[in-house]
Design a protein around this ligand. Sequence first.
Ligand SMILES: C[S@@+](CC[C@H](N)C(=O)[O-])C[C@H]1O[C@@H](n2cnc3c(N)ncnc32)[C@H](O)[C@@H]1O
Length: 212
Amino acid sequence: MQNAAVFWDKVSEKYAKAPISDEEAYLYTLNKTRGYLKATDHVLEVGCGTGSTALLLAENVREITASDLSGKMIEIGRAQVLRQGVSNVNFIQADVLDADLVTESYDAVLAHNMLHLLEDAPAALQAIKDHLKPDGLFISKTVCSFGQGTPMKWRLLKILLPIMQFLGKAPYVNFMKAKDWETMIADAGFKIIESGNFPKKALSRYIVARKT
Ligand SMILES: C[S@@+](CC[C@H](N)C(=O)[O-])C[C@H]1O[C@@H](n2cnc3c(N)ncnc32)[C@H](O)[C@@H]1O
């Protein structure tokens, strides 16, 4: 399988143009996240992609550091910030494991649709914990292994995934159950505050946890 940065660089333009797959779930959890953030917060987003979520949350916090492994995603994000004239979102190209981010200086860390793409999720969770201030919040949305009622399109994609990965058309994906993500997050030193699929049919698990 190809290097993750190469894969995400390659798909960045297409990703930027793609519509949000479940807008209802996206807006619902975005508002939930707003409820957890404070106007004084410095927030770190890991795996921010093209920064659309960071831009939407910018007015709710003091500053957002939006980071991503892919230099191309970051380029698109920086162009969006310039176009929109937003002054409190800073983009940096960085792996979630990057030691430069480890400063215990963030009030909250966001990881949306990215934990399941990591080959070493426990190491990433440890790094996220290190990025956070004591009592800081970790807010994640993670695609989980599918249950009953999953749309046929997703079932087919899962079956075809190994072929797509072999051809360089899909990234590494770690399908875990929501309960197992909760356990992994708790084991990394967090207390789970909230966990659920919003709305119920959403394929992504929304988990809010506090650094202990
Ligand atoms: C599915 S996209 C999600 C983007 C955005 N968070 C969203 O919800 O639209 C996954 C993102 O994670 C980034 N990513 C993958 N592995 C990463 C890593 N080890 N460190 C930081 N970012 C990573 C990819 O470059 C990509 O932009």
